[in-house]
Design a protein around this ligand. Structure first.
Ligand SMILES: Cc1cc2nc3c(=O)[nH]c(=O)nc-3n(C[C@H](O)[C@H](O)[C@H](O)COP(=O)(O)OP(=O)(O)OC[C@H]3O[C@@H](n4cnc5c(N)ncnc54)[C@H](O)[C@@H]3O)c2cc1C
Length: 397
């Protein structure tokens, strides 16, 4: 069976890996002209670790992992206001024990698949027409091709979802903020810490370790209502305006905004789609279920989702109706669990006033103090609401 996958981020290549392994013929189409290197550290937590182990990639990921000591909130002069050390929550807090740069993970998945799988870069689907026998896809390059199935693994603003399920506004909930990530020369040694300075107005400027200690992954996050779609130059201008006058290393980060070659900017949004399939078309990863970086777990959900989707397709011998129903049945409890936002959402994490910031820091210190640690670790370490089926057909085909 020929399966068209839109999106070569994390979910797309992971699905292509499993489909190829079980005898399907995936083709991945990616809008960007080349693989997208950007992003900060993402974590492979919980059951997702078992998935990458079954892919035979756990050791490769471990070899490239970032050894992060935790996350700290810093004041404008760089002094620590509060912190979540990695080991405090037994590796299940904001920074986990297995962290990897998103660009490294993407590269590992592409390395594991590009020899056997067709990747098309710089193109995208413009229409999908399905009938009893398959799906006819038209691409912006002008070509037309038939497939048996089509998968939207093209992120929060999925084209496949707009084409087959309806407008984005039905499924994407703006959580009241924007986030940007890019690489900068580091203004100070980070010593393994992810550091975040919060300025009044709901603004975060952060630095996170890179492999090369001379560099850091910068983040600029801010609270805002939904804005019209902006071009990258306008996104950068907006960041420059929003973060002007913010202390700590904000001006250093802004100075490098124009030169960076891995600039990423997006809304902080949650994606909830009640039914993940329409006939022969199905959604995977952020395109179908996403709790936003605030909820975390996005990478884990896409890796586990890819495993379950491929496993059910193989187990049902390509009968997409039964396979897609089983995919949703298996994964839904885990998705529901991991789309939960932390109490208070962005308002709590990114207060608007200096008093709010002091209160957040004080409550963080309290929660991470000895009497509360056990409770916090228990909440953070809640087991994933899914048990991986063995899907023997995945390996024996
Ligand atoms: C460059 C980049 C940096 C990121 N950095 C972070 C980060 O630092 N922290 C974090 O928590 N999350 C980050 N994310 C999001 C994170 O990767 C996802 O939340 C999660 O891993 C789920 O992966 P996904 O494959 O579903 O979505 P994504 O990783 O977003 O991948 C979707 C892919 O689809 C492609 N695409 C979009 N539209 C089309 C189209 N019309 N046709 C074909 N392809 C299309 C995109 O270019 C992208 O490669 C980043 C995503 C990207 C693309």
């Amino acid at each position: 069976m020929k399966v068209l996958i839109s999106g070569a981020g994390i979910a797309g290549p992971a699905l292509a890996y499993w489909l190829h392994r079980s005898g399907f013929h995936p083709t991945v189409v990616e809008l960007a002209p080349t693989p997208r290197p950007g992003g900060q550290t993402v974590d492979i937590r919980g059951i997702a670790r078992d998935v990458v182990e079954r892919m035979g990639l756990l050791q490769t990921i471990r070899d490239r992992r970032m050894h992060e000591r935790g996350m700290e909130y810093v004041r404008a002069d760089g002094r620590r206001a509060a912190a979540f050390p990695t080991e405090l929550l037994h590796g299940a807090g904001p920074v986990t024990e297995l962290e990897i740069l998103r660009g490294d993970l993407s590269e590992i998945l592409l390395d594991a698949t590009s020899q056997n799988i067709e990747y098309i870069y710089g193109d995208s689907i413009t229409s999908l027409d399905q009938d009893d026998n398959g799906v006819l896809a038209t691409f912006s390059s002008g070509t037309e091709r038939r497939f048996d199935l089509a998968v939207g693994a093209d992120g929060v603003h999925s084209r496949v979802r707009s084409l087959a399920f309806g407008p984005e506004a039905q499924y994407v909930e703006h959580l009241g903020g924007y986030g940007s990530f890019f690489t900068v020369k580091t203004p100070e040694p980070l010593d393994g810490w992810m550091k975040i300075h919060t300025a009044p107005g709901g603004r975060w400027v952060g630095l996170r370790p890179d492999h090369d200690p001379q560099y850091a992954k910068a983040l600029l996050n801010f609270r805002s209502p939904l804005l019209p779609r902006l071009k990258p130059a306008d996104q950068k201008a907006l960041l420059a305006k929003t973060f002007a006058g913010v202390g700590w290393h904000a001006s250093h980060v802004l100075e490098q905004l124009q030169e960076t070659d891995d600039f990423y900017f997006d809304t902080t949004s949650r994606v909830v789609v009640p039914e993940w399939s329409r006939g022969r078309i199905v959604l995977l990863g952020d395109a179908g279920y996403c709790g936003s970086p605030l909820a975390g777990h996005g990478t884990a959900l896409s890796l586990v989702g890819a495993y379950v989707l491929a496993g059910e397709l193989a187990a049902h011998d390509g009968d997409h109706v039964r396979a897609f129903a089983a995919y949703q049945r298996e994964l839904q409890p885990y998705v529901d669990q991991r789309l939960q936002l932390p109490p208070g959402g962005l308002k709590m994490a990114m207060p608007m006033t200096a008093t709010g910031i002091r209160l957040r820091d004080a409550s963080t210190r309290l929660l991470t103090s000895r009497p509360f640690r056990g409770l916090l670790a228990k909440l953070a370490g809640e087991p994933d609401a899914i048990a991986l089926k063995p899907y023997e057909t995945l390996v024996t085909r």
